[in-house]
Design a protein around this ligand. Structure first.
Ligand code: SF4
Length: 365
């Protein structure tokens, strides 16, 4: 089981909150990047292996010519054994979607589109530094559906300056009423180095409001038939993102492109984050062989992110010891506090546990 991630770092304009390695790219930069990306995929030592999910993310993959996406997918298909039911996702933003591009994505084999919306309120979109309106997000979503994509995710964001509980609820309902198959809802963390960080240096997230918004998210989305399968991810039944589940379950994945990360047989590696070095062919970044403790830590904090939690049998199968043998004190402490719960088969976060998940994860690392 292998997953592939392809990174397209280009965006039309930097959003105010964004700390990803993404930037504007002119035609020459995009062409040079695509060329290197294709070389990197063709040279992968794991080529020929069976691939079950592909995710083209960014950045904004829909910003570049659709023909580039076609060429990239063509290279992936010729270099790997892409399974017949492979989930092939691509990220897009409302301002750069067109019927023509969508037709090319279809012919390239893309079968899932993930669109960044964040909010349907124009004032909020302005605050976030997004270049589209709420109306544009709706019309682009319609185009995606008209092009025949029935597996569509919408990304939304909450807990940012100026947003209210009412406006969040409105955006959430608007998204759910469009009937996508999947909604991701992330609470904003203001990261250093972003425009937001400079502007809202002294901004204190209202933790209570943040948690109320989160609870509301689960409540509202379940009204519309979405179930939460990971802390920030909600889907209709059977439409969970297989690619992301692979990350949380620590399947092997290979990342291609600028700053892309890979995990293969417990070796974590990353590509360079320097665009200049990458297009010169110096793609490699850092490599780390994970110790057993690293693996156990990752297994626990990634597994607990998922609503199904960590299965006792999976833990013993992977590490040759019981979950209780390793973590009895932590499990008992948080179960007593009502933040973790167990049944015969697994260990999970409770709803209250999700609110303090980072503190709990830290205990397993
Ligand atoms: S579109 Fe996404 S990747 Fe690009 S700047 Fe905005 S948040 Fe960052």
């Amino acid at each position: 089981m292998l997953e592939i991630y392809v990174h397209i770092p280009f965006c039309i304009k930097k959003c105010a909150y964004c700390d990803f390695n993404s930037f504007f790219g002119d035609e020459a930069a995009v062409n040079a990047y695509k060329e290197m990306l294709i070389k990197e995929i063709k040279a992968c030592p794991h080529r020929g292996e069976r691939v079950d999910t592909v995710f083209i993310g960014g950045g904004t993959p829909s910003f570049i010519d659709a023909g580039h996406i076609y060429d990239i997918m063509d290279t992936v298909s010729k270099s790997f054994s892409v399974s017949d039911d492979c989930e092939i996702s691509m990220e897009a933003n409302p301002e750069s979607i067109s019927a023509e591009k969508l037709a090319v994505y279809k012919s390239a084999g893309i079968n899932r589109v993930s669109m960044g919306v964040q909010s349907f309120c124009d004032e909020e979109l302005k605050t976030l530094g997004r270049v589209h309106s709420g109306e544009k997000a709706v019309s682009s979503y319609m185009k995606i559906r008209e092009a025949g994509f029935d597996n569509v995710n919408l990304d939304l964001m909450f807990s940012f300056p100026g947003q209210t509980l009412e406006s969040w609820e409105k955006s959430l309902r608007k998204a759910a009423e469009l009937e996508p198959s999947h909604i991701s809802a992330y609470s904003l963390i203001i990261e250093e180095g972003t425009e937001f960080f400079k502007k809202y240096k002294n901004y204190q997230t209202n933790e209570i409001l943040d948690r109320i918004m989160y609870r509301k998210t689960s409540e509202i989305l379940s009204e519309y038939g979405f179930h939460r399968y990971e802390i920030s991810n909600f889907s209709k039944s059977g439409r969970e993102c297989r690619h992301n589940i692979g990350y949380w379950k620590r399947y092997n994945y290979i990342g291609f492109g600028l700053s892309a990360h890979s995990l293969y047989d417990d070796i974590r590696s990353s590509n360079t984050d320097s665009f200049e070095e990458y297009i010169k062919g110096n793609t490699a970044g850092e490599t780390e062989k994970l110790s057993t403790d690293d693996k156990i830590g990752e297994f626990m904090f990634l597994g607990l992110r998922m609503s199904e939690g960590v299965r006792f049998s999976d833990f013993s199968k992977n590490f040759g010891i019981g979950l209780y043998d390793r973590f009895a004190n932590v499990i008992e402490k948080y179960c007593r506090m009502g933040l973790l719960e167990t049944d015969d088969t697994s260990l999970k976060l409770t709803d209250r546990g999700i609110d303090v998940s980072n503190t709990i994860f830290a205990e397993f690392i």
